[in-house]
Design a protein around this ligand. Sequence first.
Ligand SMILES: Nc1ncnc2c1ncn2[C@@H]1O[C@H](COP(=O)(O)OP(=O)(O)OP(=O)(O)O)[C@@H](O)[C@H]1O
Ligand SMILES: [Mg+2]
Length: 241
Amino acid sequence: MKMITIANPKGGSGKTTTAVELSSLLAIQGMKILLIDLDPRQDAWNALQTKPESLSVAADLGEIAPVYDFIFVDTPTEKNDATQKALSLSDAVLVPVDFSMAAVRTAKRFAEEQTLPYWVMATQFRSRTRFGKEYLLMLESQFGLRWLNAPIHSSVKFAEAAAQGIPFSLMEKTTEAPSRALEDYRKLAELIVQAAAGISVKPKDLSIFYTPNPDRIPRKNGAETEEGVDLNEFDSMMKDI
Ligand SMILES: Nc1ncnc2c1ncn2[C@@H]1O[C@H](COP(=O)(O)OP(=O)(O)OP(=O)(O)O)[C@@H](O)[C@H]1O
Ligand SMILES: [Mg+2]
């Protein structure tokens, strides 16, 4: 099991979209995926009302088990304790940068603070601009081997899919032509799996994250909130939040 936190303190850089699409694409391939949404706005949670079978979603750090192939953690723009904890347990950080110099600068500062292996990727990429080619070259020169060369093209479909509570990668099945942006995410998913194979897994005491919250964990037949959550029940319990 590899735990990858998706973070960049620049707002709107594509963290949630990347967390949702990567999780969905790998789950469609049959991998067992847990996506943790640490953003109080719960954008990833809301975007995944429809999701592939082997994808579990948690609205907060709760019960986590090593049965997963990957745990992805979507983080908010604001630094908070939960994000710091997630980073301390993660095996790597994925830093999405949108098509702006502000995102690159923020990503650079953020990445340099990390003690973990990190990878940088481009989202909302518009190739038909003069800046497009230069931008990719600049990312490559800034981040070298840490730059994942699978830029995600801009597509309005991501916003449409999020609004419908479905990953674009599931919505695509109903449309005729495959989208370039989705092909980009497929390529990125491959690169992530390859890159993840090369990193070591940190020992994790994931139980430290489990703090039962009576407001979030449903009670059964009026019983007190349980101390632990059976993984098999995890999905259905989380749906009740
Ligand atoms: N490849 C893309 N093409 C076009 N729009 C995109 C793409 N990726 C993300 N978006 C859109 O950009 C906006 C910001 O993306 P997203 O929510 O993933 O960023 P974020 O980093 O999670 O933002 P926040 O910091 O607010 O949590 C959303 O409206 C999303 O639909
Ligand atoms: Mg987000």
